[in-house]
Design a protein around this ligand. Structure first.
Ligand code: BV8
Ligand code: ZN
Length: 241
């Protein structure tokens, strides 16, 4: 459980920090009803990542991969940002040096109003042409399978970073700068298993930041962080304002 004194310490650290970086994962969107990946009801319990979230899977069976993304689009389209997403927007508003790094592809942070953010694994509401690389917004639910690029007739794919693919260099550079310069790093609702994001707490800690995590349960990073608050993101994050 998050104790009152730990909350007080973190609130004070955030209030006095010149620069704040936040890293979020699926746990923050779980409070909006979006399934996580690795929990008891996680998406990977039903589907094998290597069957669906890899470039090889898309090459082998693009229809199957698009059907999975269509199912997720239908689900996510009904969800709204929760008080934790909204509190993060407030934290951004009151600080000049702020950056939000999210692993989530559901678009709930920008929907809440976050502006200074990197969606490092992409966004389920964007498509990218596998031939010419054009990236476009696409909010169709469901999207017509198989979607075709209107510029070159190439096959469109979700604008998502799959396993075995590199993150975009511009995102990595922006994240490195936010992690190395922040006074406080807040890590919310991530299992800390998927790299490179799983290494971000270490980067910030080694650069001298105060690192805190908010999660329902201990994570591989719990031993490294300065403060670990156990509980739901939607209950704890608004208390930090
Ligand atoms: C790359 C997109 C260079 C699909 C996703 C062996 C060792 C080390 C690394 C590797 C290795 N083998 C391969 C790798 C590299 C690989 C990797 O890390 N694999 C891991 C699994 C071992 N990484 C990559 O391939 C990355 N690219 O490294 O490039 C490279 C290139 C080639 C070869 C090597 C290196 C690309 C990663 C792409 C990730 N894309 N999927 C899609 O979304 O459509 S991953 C997927 O996991 C999601 O995107 C998700 O965002 C991400 C992270 O998961 P979490 O957000 O943490 O979610 P999870 O369910 O796990 O946890 C939820 C947490 O919330 C839990 O802790 C729970 O307790 C908590 N929680 C729940 N409810 C709440 C809560 N907390 C608070 N409040 C609540 N209410
Ligand atoms: Zn194209």
């Amino acid at each position: 459980m998050a104790t009152g004194s730990d909350l007080g310490i973190l609130k004070e650290k955030i209030a006095t920090a010149r620069s704040l970086t936040i890293l979020t994962g699926a746990g923050i969107s779980a409070d909006s009803g979006v399934p996580t990946f690795r929990g008891a009801d996680g998406l990977w319990r039903t589907f094998r990542a290597e069957d669906l979230a890899t470039p090889e899977a898309f090459e082998r069976d693009p229809r199957l991969v698009w059907e999975w993304y269509n199912w997720r689009r239908e689900l996510i389209a009904t969800k709204k940002p929760n008080p934790a997403h909204e509190a993060i927007v407030e934290l951004e508003r009151h600080r000049r040096e702020f950056w939000l790094i999210t692993q989530n592809v559901d678009g709930l942070h920008p929907a809440a109003g976050s502006k200074k953010l990197s969606e490092i694994h992409g966004n389920i509401w964007k498509v990218r042409c596998s031939t010419c690389g054009t990236i476009e917004d696409n909010h169709d639910v469901p999207i017509a399978i198989l979607p075709i690029c209107r510029h070159c007739n190439g096959l469109l794919r979700p604008h998502i970073v799959w396993f075995g693919e590199s993150l975009f260099p511009s995102d990595l550079a922006r994240c490195a700068s936010a992690l190395q310069s922040c006074e406080v790093l807040l890590v919310i609702g991530t299992s800390g298993l998927v790299y490179p994001a799983a290494g971000f707490a270490t980067v910030a800690k080694e650069a001298g930041a105060f690192v805190a995590e908010i999660n329902l349960e201990p994570t591989p990073q719990s031993g490294l962080v300065d403060l670990s608050l156990q509980g739901r993101a939607r209950d704890i994050v608004p208390l930090l304002l």
